[in-house]
Design a protein around this ligand. Structure first.
Ligand code: SAH
Length: 380
């Protein structure tokens, strides 16, 4: 038993040793290790996506999702003046399924397949392998980049589904009028288990990251900081200022800043305790779309959305697409397609919790299906 290679147990052991030497770890550090530890991280080591694995995402539910996103990109390319070459960038492509569905529909615009070069930004070596297999027969050349900043400048169509939600978050809790970092330490009573504790007070620069509407909430309030959003949107803005481009992000979250703990862990389609077995479960947190939109405006980009995934997909023609796919199917096939469309669009499934935001270079027309951004907090 003791000689067995058990990477997840070894990751827990490394985290315990790190806590013993460095003290409590901010939630962001714990999340980073749990997702990307090279030996046992959740994404780093395996293919967690799909019906039989840990969770299922929109592109894995149905090819219609990627096809509609592809048609969105086709339209945007035309609005950019059909540049050749054009970089088709995807952040966090998972199994590569969405890119393969997108690439197939690029043929709708003459010249686009010849102009497009797909670049995948993926942190996980295991998922890169899966993406390579999925995209082996793709009609466009495919390459990988470690970060958005590493991709050479040029006209851009950028897509990202469920990418923002796995960027590490920090949490802070107000006690006695002071915001303190929420950290992970060892459980005081149960040997070997992890537990949340409160660490040091936030520095002024971190306090500035808390949405102003939340700063004066009472003791006991928990807020989340998403330190990775701003650098990502800044890198995107640099690209879209240098050359024309559009970017589309789809994710789950809220369109206003709200207090509360949204860190969640999913393993084998079930919610589990986020501290229970780092590496064995996916850790994500709600995206704050208002903050992401504000970063875009601050960086001088045009911002569109925020819209529910259901309304967005219907606006792009989901029902027509579903009808076309259903042609020639037997009754079971038609029922399956109807069920898939409902999962993507119904308000009590992914239709409203999942939201869409887009960015564009300053002089481009609005992308298809989305209106100009207006803060939800102002619309109320
Ligand atoms: N877009 C896919 C996968 C979503 S899961 C789908 O919808 O099915 C999140 C993906 O983002 C995984 O591929 C994960 O490995 C990748 N990822 C997460 N953080 C990343 C980072 N900082 N840099 C690059 N890839 C990242």
């Amino acid at each position: 038993m003791t000689d067995e290679f058990r990477p997840v147990e070894m990751l827990a052991e490394r985290l315990r040793a790190r806590i013993a030497s460095e003290g409590p770890l901010p939630v962001s550090a714990f999340m980073m290790e749990a997702l990307f530890d090279p030996m046992a991280g959740f994404y780093a080591t395996k293919d967690p996506l799909g019906a039989h694995n840990d969770f299922i995402t929109a592109p894995e539910i149905s090819q219609m999702f990627g096809e509609l996103i592809g048609l969105w990109a086709v339209e945007c390319w035309g609005q950019m003046g059909s540049p050749d070459p054009v970089q088709l960038i995807e952040l966090g492509p998972g199994t590569g399924r969405m890119m393969s569905d997108v690439a197939r529909v690029l043929r709708a615009a003459p010249g686009l397949v010849e102009a497009a070069e797909a670049t995948l930004v993926e942190a996980s070596p295991a998922l890169k392998m899966v993406q390579g297999r999925t995209l082996a027969g793709a009609p466009v050349p495919v390459c990988w980049a470690p970060r958005l900043e590493a991709i050479r400048p040029g006209p851009t169509l950028l897509l990202a589904n469920e990418f923002l939600d796995c960027l590490p978050i920090r949490q802070a809790v107000k006690t006695d009028g002071v915001w303190r970092e929420r950290c992970v330490a060892m459980h005081p009573d149960e040997a070997g288990r992890f537990a949340f504790v409160l660490g040091t007070a936030l520095a002024q620069a971190d306090l500035d990251l808390i949405d102003p509407s939340l700063r004066d909430l009472p003791d006991g309030t928990l807020v989340e900081l998403r330190p990775a959003d701003a650098p990502l949107i800044a890198a995107l803005a640099e690209r879209l200022h240098a050359h024309p481009g559009y970017a589309l992000f789809i994710d789950y979250g809220s369109d206003t800043a709200e207090p509360g703990d949204t860190l969640q862990a999913i393993a084998r389609h079930e919610k589990v305790d986020p501290l229970e077995a780092p590496g064995a479960a996916d850790l994500t947190a709600w995206v704050n779309f208002e903050a992401v939109a504000q970063e875009g405006l601050k960086a001088g980009l045009q911002v569109f959305g925020v819209m529910g995934q259901g309304a967005f997909l219907k606006g792009l023609g989901l029902d027509v697409r579903a009808g076309l796919l259903a042609q020639g199917q037997d009754e079971a096939g038609r029922a399956r397609i109807t069920r898939q469309a409902a999962r993507l669009c119904d308000p009590d499934e992914m239709g409203e919790l999942f939201k869409v935001i887009a960015f564009a270079s300053p002089d481009l027309p609005p992308p298809p299906g989305l209106g100009r951004y207006a803060p939800a907090s102002e619309a109320a």
